[in-house]
Design a protein around this ligand. Structure first.
Ligand code: SF4
Length: 267
């Protein structure tokens, strides 16, 4: 059976059709209101309601697992399970517990996490991610000025700690570590510096993106998945890079790092 779960009272959503991952079943461990240690100017959730680095249980493991069991009973096809949803998954202190339960329920499905990389220096977060097959770490800026312009982080979050966190996590992590980068006119001038950071990190691959979706002016839970026109309320178009600029970035990063690079413009 194929289909998409759009119920907004569920912590499970999708499967979302992703250019990177195929049919991706979303797991939302934040859920109640949008909560993140960033407030990115391009966030598909819109303005983040609670910008915080606070780690705690945001929604019970029991609800997430019950929602997943209900979804699985419908026999809907999907390729991969992704922790993403209404904010930053590594803020949830029950992430590791939920991952462990999902592995028991879906042993054959790859489990992945989309993270903004701000919590990776914490040993407890590294432990929570032990069972994950692929962690995709956001890196949009090479200095604090651009970090503040694009990602608008909570207090005391800086590039030095973010990069140190990714590198420290990679040392112990047994799964695949990718980097995803959102390119906008604001960080175009940082390609060289970002290439240097990639050379330090040595991810398995790099995914290049640009904000193709408009920025919603208010949060609604449907924003977790792919936007459908009927889901959109008021939106604002974002400045994106051109196809030529995307090709230039891809070629430059490839030449300077030798890494495997994929781009939303090409896929
Ligand atoms: S890190 Fe992700 S969830 Fe958080 S504000 Fe940025 S895009 Fe939104």
């Amino acid at each position: 059976m194929s289909g998409v779960i759009k119920q907004i009272d569920k912590t499970i959503y999708g499967p979302v059709l992703s250019w990177r991952f195929g049919k991706s079943l979303g797991i939302d461990v934040i859920f109640e209101i949008s909560t993140c240690s960033f407030n990115c100017i391009y966030c598909q959730l819109g303005q983040i309601q609670r910008v915080t680095p606070e780690r705690k249980v945001y929604i019970s493991s029991e609800k997430v697992i019950n929602d997943l069991k209900e979804f699985l009973s419908k026999n809907i096809e999907f390729d991969v399970i992704t922790f993403s949803g209404s904010g930053e998954p590594t803020l949830a202190t029950n992430l590791g517990e939920i991952a462990s339960e999902i592995k028991k329920l879906c042993p054959d499905k790859p489990l992945q996490v989309l993270t903004n990389s701000t919590m990776l220096l914490l040993p407890e977060v590294q432990k929570d991610l032990e069972l994950i097959d692929r962690v995709i770490c956001k890196l949009d800026a090479a200095n604090d000025k651009t970090l503040k312009q694009i990602n608008r982080p909570a207090e005391n979050i800086n590039i030095e700690n973010i990069v140190a966190g990714i590198k420290s996590f990679k040392q112990s992590f047994k799964g695949i570590l990718d980097i995803q980068m959102m390119f906008m006119p604001l960080n175009l001038a940082q390609i060289e510096d970002l290439a240097n950071l990639l050379n330090e990190i040595q991810p398995a691959s790099v995914q290049l993106n640009t904000p193709l979706r408009p920025y919603p002016m208010q949060w609604h839970r449907e924003n977790r998945g792919n936007h459908l026109p009927e889901d959109l309320t008021e939106t604002r178009q974002l400045k994106v890079i051109s196809k030529e600029e995307a090709e230039f970035i891809e070629k430059t990063l490839k030449d300077k790092t030798g890494l495997n690079i994929s781009s939303v413009y090409r896929e």
